[in-house]
Write a protein that binds this ligand. Structure first.
Ligand SMILES: [Zn+2]
Length: 331
C-alpha cells in the first residue's frame, strides 16, 4: 500500500510536535472545505499513535499496523459517518459496544467522525460522555465542512483546527498525480475543491462534450450571432437534460468569464479553458471589465432561477439574449 501524501504540512508539523511532547488533546474538531485533507490528517495522527516503527514520532505509513488502520481493520480505531441524513445515537451505542468487546489490542482508542454536523443531539451527548470514561485513553477526531451547524456542546469540548483551502497550483498537481490530464485538471480545480469529486467528474464522458458545447455557445454570443439562441435548443439542451448538468453549464460559463477577467489582471493565472487560451486572451482585450461583470451577473441570475426550478431552456435562451445585449453595449 502506498503512503498518503499529506496536504497540510503545517498542520502535520503541529501534530508531530504534540505527539512528541505527548500533549495531544482528547478531542479535535477539524473544520474546512471538502478536499482540504481532514480525513487524511486524522488517519495519519491515528497511525502515529499506534505505529511501532515510528522514528520521529510520526507514522511510518508502511508497517502492518499503519496499513491496518489505513484499510479500516484496526479494532481500536472506529470511523463513523452519517447513516442516511444523520448520525444517530444507535451508531454511538454500537461503537461503545465494539470498544467494550474483548480482543482489543490496547487501552488506547480512536474515534473518527465524518460530517459531525449531522449528529443528533442525543448522539453528540452520548459521544462526548465517552470522553469522560475513566479507563483507557480515548482520542476523538471530529470532521466537518459546516462548523456553523455544530452544537455548542461539541464546539466547547473540542480543540478547533481550521484546514485552509489549498492553492490552485497544488490542487492541480494533486489531480495530475491521480492520472488526470493537465488540461482536464486545470478545468476541474475551477469547478470543485474536492479531489474525489473532481475525479468523478473527470471520469464522466459527457464532460468534454459539455465544455466544447458551452464554448461554442459562448462564441456565438460573443460574436453577437443570433445562432446563440437557436443553439440552446439544438445542442445545449439535448446535452444538459439533468439539472446538475444545467447548473454545470452555468458554472462553465462563469469560469470562462473568470478566465477572461483574470487574463486582464494577471499574466500568470491557471486557465480553466487552457485549450482556448489564445481566443480568451483576445477576448480579454476586447471586453471592458464592466461588461464581463455584467455578463457574470446575467449568468448568476440565471443560476438562481435554475435553483428555483424555472425551466432551463427559457433561462438559457434569455441569457443568450441578455449577453448579446451586454456585448452590443446596451447594458
Ligand atoms: Zn507504521
Amino acid at each position: 500500500m502506498s503512503t498518503q501524501t499529506i496536504k497540510q504540512p503545517s498542520i502535520q508539523r503541529l501534530f508531530l510536535q504534540l505527539l512528541n511532547q505527548k500533549t495531544l488533546q482528547h478531542a479535535y474538531l477539524f473544520e474546512g472545505k471538502a478536499g482540504t485533507g481532514k480525513k487524511d490528517m486524522a488517519m495519519w495522527v491515528t497511525q502515529s499513535l499506534y505505529c511501532p516503527e515510528s522514528r520521529d514520532g510520526g507514522a511510518c505509513q508502511t508497517c502492518q499496523t499503519c496499513q491496518r488502520i489505513r484499510s479500516h481493520y484496526h479494532p481500536d480505531v472506529i470511523e463513523i459517518e452519517p447513516d442516511g441524513q444523520s448520525i444517530k445515537i444507535g451508531q454511538v451505542r454500537s461503537l461503545k459496544e465494539e470498544f467494550t468487546k474483548s480482543g482489543m489490542e490496547s487501552r488506547r482508542k480512536v474515534v473518527i467522525v465524518e460530517d459531525v454536523e449531522k449528529m443528533t443531539i442525543q448522539a453528540a451527548n452520548s459521544l462526548l460522555k465517552f470522553l469522560e470514561e475513566p479507563d483507557g485513553e480515548i482520542y476523538l477526531f471530529l470532521l466537518t465542512t459546516a462548523k456553523h451547524r455544530l452544537l455548542d456542546t461539541i464546539l466547547s469540548r473540542c480543540q478547533l483546527i481550521h484546514f485552509p483551502q489549498l492553492p490552485k497550483d497544488e490542487r492541480l498537481s494533486l489531480l495530475v498525480e491521480r492520472g488526470i490530464s493537465q488540461e482536464k485538471a486545470a478545468l476541474l480545480i475551477h469547478l470543485t475543491s474536492d479531489a474525489d469529486q473532481a475525479q468523478e467528474l473527470a471520469e464522466r464522458e459527457e464532460l468534454v462534450q459539455l465544455v466544447q458545447t458551452v464554448w461554442k455557445w459562448f462564441s456565438f454570443m460573443s460574436k453577437k450571432d443570433d445562432q446563440a439562441f437557436v443553439y440552446v435548443h439544438t445542442d445545449l439542451m439535448p446535452l444538459a437534460r439533468e439539472k446538475k448538468d444545467q447548473l454545470m453549464v452555468m458554472d462553465l460559463v462563469l469560469i470562462l468569464l473568470q478566465d477572461i477577467l483574470n487574463c486582464q489582471v494577471s499574466e500568470s493565472h491557471i486557465y480553466a479553458f487552457e485549450k482556448y487560451k489564445e481566443t480568451i486572451q483576445s477576448e480579454a482585450q476586447r471586453f471592458r471589465p464592466l461588461a464581463i461583470a455584467n455578463m457574470m451577473e446575467v449568468i448568476l441570475n440565471g443560476k438562481k432561477m435554475l435553483d428555483s426550478n424555472v425551466a432551463a431552456q427559457g433561462i438559457f435562451e434569455d441569457c443568450s439574449l441578455q449577453i448579446v445585449d451586454v456585448i452590443r453595449n446596451k447594458r
